[in-house]
Design a protein around this ligand. Structure first.
Ligand code: GN1
Ligand code: MG
Length: 367
């Protein structure tokens, strides 16, 4: 495989050092060293991305737009194959290569609030740069990706199809998912009322999708644009809250280690709002906190559904892993909900400081 894929880019597999890279649950990724240069090779999972050419088209459209409107932005575009294409298809498998950005690094876990701040600023900047881009030009790369009612429908269907043993094992998790159905009801209400604007949304804002300057840790740009498509800002903010706030990640089996870091919340809010505060509508801003519930809950539903279905979607390393992940997310959700009053207070505090620094202009102020 490597020979054919790398050959399509004019690289010689026998001269390359190839190592597995990253920790994604969907695609396969390798780092390739060739002639003093480094690349990232990815095989796109076409069971998940049914029309991978949509990914390539979206990235091309965004690149063309940003080349015009934000030429200084570091946009990591795919390397062109020898035939000029952005990807190659070998035996029905879909591959692409990215340049490895020198002096950059990624991290897998937020250790300090400053890192959450940098990432939130990067995802905020990306959303802001695309706020006037015509989202209708973006094709959905995964249909109904963050459509919570559909995820609930899939969960209900899995409940009717799963064997008794799995239902018994997941009993507590199932009860918790049902107990939180109001999160879905609120989403339906939000979308149907038009409160959320359709925007270009990244949809996968985990910390490892931000390139940082290796020496300073300053954010450089966002990567992994496979799921950039029309959506709502709650997906991006919500997945940051889901993946940055906790002291332990979604794989943790010891739930005592799941603890919410309030200073990380403040960093995400500050970083994102510095970039998107003037783009989001006042109504959208009211759902900043809701976005955490929305994404943590949806991830719990997706993990538990996959467990009930016999683990057909997410890569797993041991039986019951999706149940552990789902229970982990439910624990996180409970702890997040308990923190809401504290976070509301923090938001008010940060907004007050921002307003003092940038007073609202116009008739609202009489001086
Ligand atoms: C998948 O493969 P990765 O880690 O980038 C999933 C996300 C989930 C995440 C949970 C296309 O992302 O939606 O939040 O696992 N991506 C897809 O770890 O389903
Ligand atoms: Mg991804």
């Amino acid at each position: 495989m490597f020979q054919a894929v790398l050959g399509a880019y004019g690289l010689h597999a026998e001269k390359c050092k190839i190592e597995p890279f990253g920790s994604g649950l969907i695609n396969h990724t390798w780092k390739i060293y060739h002639d003093g240069l480094a690349y990232i090779l990815q095989e796109v999972n076409t069971m998940v991305f049914r029309q991978p050419e949509h990914i390539a088209q979206n990235i091309k459209a965004i690149k063309a737009y940003l080349d015009q409107t934000a030429p200084d932005y570091l946009f990591v575009a795919p390397v062109k194959a020898s035939n000029g294409d952005d990807f190659v298809v070998i035996s029905d498998h879909f591959y692409r290569i990215f340049p490895f950005v020198e002096n950059s690094c990624t991290i897998d876990f937020v250790l300090r609030p400053g890192q959450a701040y940098q990432a939130a600023k990067q995802f905020g900047q990306f959303a802001c740069m695309l706020s006037d881009f015509d989202v209708q030009k973006l094709k959905p790369t995964i249909k109904d990706f963050h459509n919570l009612p559909l995820r609930i429908a899939q969960f209900k269907k899995a409940l009717t199809q799963a064997g008794n043993e799995r239902i018994r094992e997941a009993k507590f998790a199932i009860g918790e998912i049902i107990r939180y159905y109001d999160i879905e009801e609120q989403y339906v209400q939000l979308v149907s009322s038009g409160a959320l604007h359709l925007r270009a949304v990244h949809h996968d804002t985990k910390i490892s999708n931000v390139l940082l300057q290796a020496e300073t840790g300053k954010g450089l740009c966002v990567i992994d644009l496979d799921t950039v498509m029309p959506g709502y800002f709650i997906s991006d903010v919500g997945d940051m809250l889901r993946t940055y706030l906790s002291e332990a990640n979604e794989e943790e089996k010891d739930f005592d280690k799941i603890a919410i870091r309030a200073h990380v919340f403040a960093a995400i809010y500050k970083g994102y709002m510095e970039e998107m505060g003037h783009v989001l509508t006042p109504i959208e801003k009211q759902f900043f906190l809701y976005s955490g519930k929305f994404m943590i809950y949806m991830q719990a539903v997706r993990f538990i559904t996959d467990f009930l279905n016999g683990n057909i979607y997410y890569k797993t390393n041991y039986p019951g892993q999706n149940l552990v992940r789902g229970l982990n997310q439910i624990d996180l959700l409970n702890k997040y909900v308990a923190k809401q009053p504290e976070f509301e207070e923090m938001i008010r505090g940060i907004d007050r400081i921002r307003e003092t620094a940038h007073p609202i202009p116009g008739p609202l102020r009489s001086t």
